[in-house]
Design a protein around this ligand. Structure first.
Ligand code: 5GP
Ligand code: ZN
Length: 114
């Protein structure tokens, strides 16, 4: 198992459990965990268990697992409004070179006010 992971990638290390993360759920092909520097409360990342820098390098068998897992988390968290984002390349603001889908809740901005 894990034959498609890289030895020197931070997200591959998170998948292996070699560095800690706040894991949410995983399947045979995908892994979901909380973002360490969240853009909003509940910001998490869903990644294929296949090391590739760009979306177009990921085999379909992994990609077809990522969206259902993202959807499952959105439902479980009771999200109603949110962004799903995936950046490819430095010009597109990609910082970590392992494909990842951001799930970013957009909480009601008036919540808790007056
Ligand atoms: P990118 O800009 O590459 O699309 O987003 C990378 C995301 O990964 C950022 O939101 C950043 O906070 C998150 N991140 C970077 N390093 C770590 C880490 O070691 N652990 C976790 N949980 N998230 C990370
Ligand atoms: Zn990787």
């Amino acid at each position: 198992t894990h034959t498609h992971l890289s030895d020197n990638c931070i997200f591959c290390k998170i998948i292996r459990g070699d560095i800690p993360s706040m894991k949410i759920l995983e399947t045979d092909e995908s892994f979901a965990f909380m973002d360490i520097d969240p853009l909003s409360k509940g910001h998490c990342l869903v990644i294929p268990k296949y090391h590739a820098e760009f979306l177009h390098q990921v085999p379909d068998e992994y990609l077809v697992d990522v969206m259902p897992l993202t959807k499952k988390i959105a439902i479980a968290a009771g999200l109603k409004e949110y962004n799903v984002l995936q950046n490819n390349g430095k010009l597109a603001n990609q910082a970590v070179p392992h494909v990842h889908f951001h799930l970013i809740p957009k909480p009601n901005q008036t919540q808790g006010l007056s």
